[in-house]
Design a protein around this ligand. Structure first.
Ligand code: SF4
Length: 252
């Protein structure tokens, strides 16, 4: 297969190609979802803060203990620091994270009565909460469509030739204009899934990529299907909810 040339692509053509790519990725990852476990906006907000520099799977291992011990913002704000650090230790940078979680919990108590606000403009006033974290919380805990421009999302939209922009806020605006609002949250999930599992930063598995025909970066990674398949990464245990379905051509 030849690499797609998009040098003469019109803006409308780009939107059409982007939407086709999204539909194909949605088919490849029908189970795409937020991979952090949570049962309330507070839990998701804290888990998202903890996910810095570590995997969602790693965060999911500590949050059941954390939220059982400290079920609300007041409990987190008043937690014994040493005990909190011990619980967070497996996530790495645990001292910084313990401080972040407590500062965040205090701000929730002082400014929002201990509740997580459901508006972007309020969420980004919280310490350590940027647009990326705010959109994760809005999209997944409040059902408000949001685009999460994390490292995977940014890399993917540039590789796919949807934009050259590197500033996350501008990327959010540009990509948001290419898709209906209702698709924003799922679009974020499928691009992040694709980036984590197949279109890796260092060596994308192009040879088994379900959207290769619409990708101007096809060939940047491994083209041999057998070798490419070995590059696939799945954090979830085989058979777990959300593990790869047999419908994805690139996966055995
Ligand atoms: S894996 Fe290769 S073909 Fe697929 S999106 Fe990434 S760079 Fe493009």
């Amino acid at each position: 297969m030849k690499r797609l040339d998009i040098s003469a692509e019109t803006p409308t053509g780009r939107v059409r190609r982007a939407r086709k790519t999204y539909r194909a990725l949605h088919e490849a990852y029908p189970y795409a979802h937020c991979e952090l476990d949570f049962s309330s906006p507070l839990q998701l907000l804290v888990a998202t803060v903890l996910s810095a520099q570590t995997t969602d799977v790693g965060v999911n291992k500590v949050t059941p203990v954390l939220f059982a011990r400290y079920p609300d913002a007041a409990a987190l704000a008043g937690a014994d620091r040493t005990e909190l650090e011990e619980i967070l230790r497996p996530t790495g940078f645990y001292r910084v994270k313990a401080n972040s979680v407590q500062t965040l919990a205090q701000a929730l108590l002082e400014n929002f009565g201990g509740e997580v606000p459901g508006r972007l403009k309020d969420l980004v006033t919280l310490p350590g909460v940027g647009r990326k974290t705010a959109n994760v919380v809005l999209g997944n805990a409040f059902g408000v469509p949001g685009i999460t421009v994390d490292t995977h999302f940014g890399r993917l939209v540039r590789r796919l030739g949807w934009t050259d922009e590197t500033d996350p806020v501008k990327v959010e605006g540009i990509i948001g204009a290419m898709f209906p609002r209702k698709d924003w949250t799922m679009l974020s999930h499928v691009l992040i899934f694709h980036g984590r599992r197949l279109c890796h930063a260092k060596k994308p598995a192009c040879g088994v990529c379900p959207v290769a025909q619409w990708c101007p970066s096809y060939g940047e990674g491994e083209l041999d299907a057998t070798k490419a398949r070995k590059l696939l990464k799945f954090e979830l245990a085989p058979g777990a909810a959300g593990a790869p379905s047999g419908t994805f051509a690139g996966l055995d």
